[in-house]
Design a protein. Structure first.
Lengths: 287, 184
């Protein structure tokens, strides 16, 4: 069965995390997911805009959702920030009809109307809820053995829990389970659900980088690689290592790259060379 | 009762709060904002700060103190200060708070109020100008699309910057935040 989604890339992936998109497109082919590119929209509204003015951020998010509604497709995001912002806007405007009216009066200026016709889901949620673990399992050709993975699901994939309603907000298991499907071992480590601090980066680069670096310094003691499912988390953990005085060298891998390798997709075809911390040792763990 | 209340234990009097300079109506003003209704329920247990990734790294941001200052009506200190902008928006305190105070939402509400008082953090303002004028926080040049071509990826989607500017003008976001919009 083919499932179709409107693919929302957001601001960061097509500029700074292409490999995440490459991996996603490759695994989608194997899983029978048809990803239709969205055009004319690159911003979800962002938690930053919400911080300044909620109404504007909600209107911008709704504007993006309207594009997917016009395509008649559910929307898939690869970014935790987009998933939270768009998911929250979608749920809020589906329920609050008075607010929807207010937003639609703003959107009428740009020829759009929010109808509440679609769902917004993060890739991890699509894999878990729509594709299903059993279906993914049947695609594994070259499983990993003894590869120790530090799983970093990030924050907005499952928090705030009363808005997102996916996974456990403090003991998340969805991404962990998906990693384990590849045959890899997931490790537990202190403060493993702690934030990457990407939202602090623009305000205080030194502080944000130090927060990310501290987590890597712990994770590297337990794991061979770190797996992320958000471009911001990915960049925080990669860049914080590259700018450290003494580099720790914990490869950071986008989840679809890991799954793609386990499916038997070629290392180079998954753009593994784009990851700036050398990931090549990962191949030694494949059986 | 002393007129000064230390807001950061162990810190000098510079960080003390002068009660006569507080705004007694401020707590109610904050609680009127959706998501911030439960501010009064904070009993200063400190769970938020103990698990805050930013507080673990710096003394400059303690969510517990944000809640205390908001309850005490320290409007100018909160809205004009830098601390509000250091929240990582990770929602850890939101999930762990035993009183379900929803502190992350309170901080968002306080930032919204700060903007209305003319305090927009310059980093946020710069991001908003990029979104308004380029359609996203990153401007796209040929370099990005050339790299994507080598990876067999389609060109970066076009942006809807004009729509975003129209939305921002309609909500008054441009005037509110003081961002410069490119002319059409």
């Amino acid at each position: 069965m083919t499932r179709k989604y409107a693919l929302f890339l957001g601001c960061t992936i097509p500029v700074r995390a292409n490999a995440y998109e490459v991996g996603t497109r490759k695994i989608a082919e194997k899983l029978g997911l048809e990803l239709i590119d969205m055009d004319g929209v690159r911003c979800c509204g962002s938690p930053a805009m919400e911080s300044l003015d909620r109404l504007t951020a909600l209107a911008v998010a709704a504007r993006a959702i309207c594009e997917a509604e016009k395509m008649g497709l559910n929307m898939m995001t690869l970014c935790n920030g987009c998933a939270e912002v768009l998911g929250k806007a979608n749920n809020t405007l589906k329920k609050d009809l008075k607010l929807r009216e207010e937003i639609n009066s703003i959107l009428s200026e740009v020829g759009h109307e929010f109808k509440g016709a679609i769902e917004v889901k993060h890739l991890v949620r699509v894999l878990t809820e729509d594709v299903g673990l059993d279906a993914i399992k049947t695609t594994i050709r070259k499983p990993f053995g003894a590869l120790r993975v530090a799983v970093h699901p990030g924050c907005h994939m499952m928090r705030p829990s009363d808005v997102v309603s996916f996974d456990d907000p403090l003991e998340p298991t969805a991404l962990r389970t998906l990693v384990e499907l590849t045959g890899a071992e997931t490790v537990r480590f202190p403060d493993e659900t702690e934030c990457c601090a990407a939202s602090v980066l623009a305000v205080r680069e030194d502080l944000a980088t130090e927060i990310a670096r501290k987590k890597i310094a712990v994770a590297v003691k337990y794991a061979d690689i770190m797996v992320t499912a958000c471009p911001f988390c990915y960049l925080m953990y990669e860049v914080s290592q590259l700018t450290a005085e003494e580099m720790l060298k914990l490869p950071v891998v986008h989840y679809p790259q890991l799954l793609g390798l386990a499916m038997g997709i070629d290392y180079d075809d998954l753009a593994m060379g784009e990851n700036r911390i050398d990931c090549s040792k990962i191949k030694e763990f494949q059986t | 009762m002393s007129e000064k209340i230390a807001t950061t234990p162990g810190k000098s009097s510079k960080t003390a709060l002068v009660l006569s300079e507080t705004d007694p109506g401020f707590r109610k003003q904050v609680e009127a904002i959706e998501g911030a209704e439960r501010l009064s329920l904070c009993f200063q247990c400190g769970t938020c700060t103990a698990d805050c990734p930013v507080s673990r790294q710096t003394e400059e941001f303690h969510p517990r103190i944000i809640a205390r200052l908001a309850k005490l009506g320290a409007k100018n200190e909160l809205l004009g200060g830098d601390a509000l902008w250091l929240c990582a928006n990770c929602y850890t305190c939101y999930e762990k708070c035993p009183e379900d105070v929803k502190l992350t939402e309170i901080i968002v509400a306080l930032r919204n109020l700060a903007v209305r008082e003319g305090h927009v953090h310059p980093a946020f303002k710069a991001q908003m100008e990029l979104i308004a004028n380029k359609g996203a926080v990153y401007e796209v040049t040929e370099i990005e699309n050339d790299l994507r071509e080598t990876l067999s990826l389609p060109p970066i989607p076009s942006a809807d910057a004009k729509d975003l500017r129209t939305i921002m003008k309609k909500t008054g976001f441009d005037k509110l935040t003081g961002i410069d919009l490119e002319s059409e």
